[in-house]
Design a protein around this ligand. Structure first.
Ligand code: GLN
Length: 317
């Protein structure tokens, strides 16, 4: 077994390519495990036997393997970026409307909302992401254009866009999200029209990006808020630390404890099979494989991040 380096900076570029190659080979041997999400009809057609992984360093270089250039529906991975926009727009006032505690419940759970009077547990469960979406809608004249510009600048890819077919499919089948949004509205914790909030939320979830785009997009969280693709200071060093901490405790829903245990990195998953993760001060990462485990996280994505932290010694613990 490879001995973890004493210092992450001891890893050469050759080592990184080697490690990605090994993980890619191992992951492909496990195709067939897990199940592609089918509750959003247009996601059900995505082939399960795909695996890609990419990592982006602060100097702008990227290492990738497998299907890292195949685009997929980023779904809840988008919640990292809307959280960043909302925090930049209204700062700590956000925490009056959404908490930052782990939920221990599935991403689409409604159960705590009534006890907690319409204040969602964290910005990464659907309920919290709807409130965050509402804040973004109230804060920018054209929230959709702001989000698209943000994603294009972070990824360095001007072609990033949202997939209308997926957004419409979710609009048709999103009964739970409709219930949740109306319930939150009944506590006055949504300020815009409910349908407008839902439509913005579906648009953000339906963004299509690949692993390289997404590794580049989260890299600012690994470099004290500075985005290598654009040279922009996206958030302060403190802002990046805070977002990473919420990813650590709530980014993978009721599997956050399991991720801390096996992976040990701030991470955010989506039901499209993508997971972004951050090695603070070292790199932004994205892994994608569409088949999910029973908690709704990519099964091979979790495996790959586990292997990466074990092979490199890079974990926050
Ligand atoms: N965990 C996810 O990726 C869920 C996002 C999905 N759009 C939903 O609202 O159900």
């Amino acid at each position: 077994m490879r001995k973890p380096p004493q210092n992450p900076h001891d890893l050469s570029r050759h080592d990184l390519d080697d490690i990605l190659g090994t993980i890619n080979d191992e992951a492909r041997q496990r195709f067939g495990e897990g199940k592609v999400a089918d509750y959003i009809p247009s996601l059900a057609d995505v082939p399960a036997d795909r695996f890609g992984m990419a990592l982006a360093l602060p100097d702008g270089t990227v290492h990738a393997c497998g299907d890292a250039r195949e685009r997929f529906s980023i779904q809840s991975v988008s919640k990292v970026f809307t959280l960043t926009l909302a925090l930049e727009a209204i700062g700590d006032d956000l925490w009056k409307r959404v908490d930052r505690e782990p939920s221990g419940d599935p991403f689409n759970s409604l159960v705590q909302l009534e006890y907690e009077k319409g204040i969602p547990r964290n910005p990464f469960m659907n309920a919290g992401a709807l409130v965050t979406a509402d804040v973004v809608l109230s804060s920018f004249d054209d929230a959709e254009a702001t989000l698209l510009d943000f994603m294009r600048a972070r990824s360095g890819n001007p072609e990033v866009g949202s997939d209308d077919v997926v957004a419409r499919s979710e609009r048709k089948s999103g009964y739970r999200n409709v219930a949740m949004a109306n319930f939150i509205r009944s506590y006055d914790n949504l300020h815009n029209d409910v349908q407008q909030v839902l439509d913005f939320y579906y648009l953000q979830c339906a963004l299509r990006m690949d692993c390289v785009d997404l590794a580049r997009s989260v890299q600012y969280l690994a470099d004290a808020g500075r985005c290598a693709s654009s040279g922009v200071q996206v958030t302060s060093a403190e802002g990046a630390t805070r977002i990473n901490s919420v990813m650590m405790t709530a980014g993978t829903y009721d599997a956050a404890g399991d991720f801390a245990y096996y992976v040990g990195l701030p991470a955010k998953s989506g039901v499209g099979g993508g997971i972004v993760a951050v090695v603070p001060h070292v790199m932004g990462l994205c892994v994608w494989s569409p088949a999910l485990d029973e908690k709704g996280n990519s099964l091979l994505g979790r495996y790959a991040l586990h292997r990466l932290t074990r092979m490199t010694g890079l974990s926050v613990f």
